[in-house]
Structures are given as structure tokens and as C-alpha cells.
Design a protein around this ligand. Sequence first.
Ligand code: 4NP
Length: 167
Amino acid sequence: MTNPAPLRVLALCLGNICRSPVAEALLRRELAAAGVEAVVDSAGTGDWHVGRPADPRSVDVARRHGLRLSGKARQLIRRDFADYDLILAMDSQNAAEARALAGSTGAAARVRLMRDFDPLAPGADVPDPYMGGQAGFESMFDMLERSAREFARQAAQPQNTAQADPI
Ligand code: 4NP
């Protein structure tokens, strides 16, 4: 038996500096812990912060939980729909923008909400913490961690190993 192809997951938010870099790091950690071979990246629907590192408040909250954020912000591009099996949007606005970029192709079906996998609030948004204080980044971390853990648990189920229709 050959190993299945790696699961390719892209975390998506607006600026790619607050939510999705943390989601990316958590997805990478939880998928590895669950034994799922994966390629994980993140992007934003907007271009204001392209090339910049993650927001210091996200870097802080991640570091306190043992995660290092090292990526640079980039914008979602059409090619991401070919390069990733799943695009996990932080909120419904991010999801709508991604689906609009995908257009009428079947690629739009690859867009899901990160919190579709949150056992405590399935389908909720990850609120944008950018304009708020550090407390918003802590609660953001908690919801992303729960979601990433459940996502990884589902991805590790035997029926998902073929990765054709990963989740
Ligand atoms: P993110 O947060 O989408 O979680 O990266 C934001 C970062 C920057 C802006 C908005 C949201 N902004 O408007 O610059």
C-alpha cells in the first residue's frame, strides 16, 4: 500500500496577520499529532499586509502556547483552489470572498468554515480580533485550537485517508 497523498489545507482570513497564521500553526501541529501527513499554509482575502509577519498579538498568544509563527502574509489566489484540497475560512465573509474568486467552478466546494469543526459552536465565525485587545486573541486561540483538533481527528479517520474527498 502506498501512502495517501498529503492533505493540503489553507487557512484563510482577511489580513493573514491575526487569525489564519495561528490557525495554520495549530492545524500543522494537530494534524501531525493525529498522524495525518499534511501541507498547511495560510492566506488573506485582502492585500494590505502582504509580505508582513503576523500581528505581534498573534505571535504572543501562539508563543505562550508553544507555537512559533514564522510566515509572511500573502493574498489568496485562484491557483490556491488547485493547490489545496480544503480552504478553511475564519468567517463567513472570508468564505464568501473565496467562493466568489473560485467562480462557477466546482472549486468553491473546497471552501469550509474553520468553526464547522468547533464542537462548541459549529459553523460560527472566528471573530476578527484586530481592533480589540489581547483578550480577543486568547479566545481566538481557544476556538482555533478546538477546531484544529477536531479537524485533525476527522482527517485521521480511515475513510478519509484516500483524500479524494478529505472531510
Ligand atoms: P485577520 O485580521 O483577518 O485575522 O488577519 C485583520 C488584520 C488586518 C485587518 C483586518 C483584519 N485590516 O483591516 O488591516
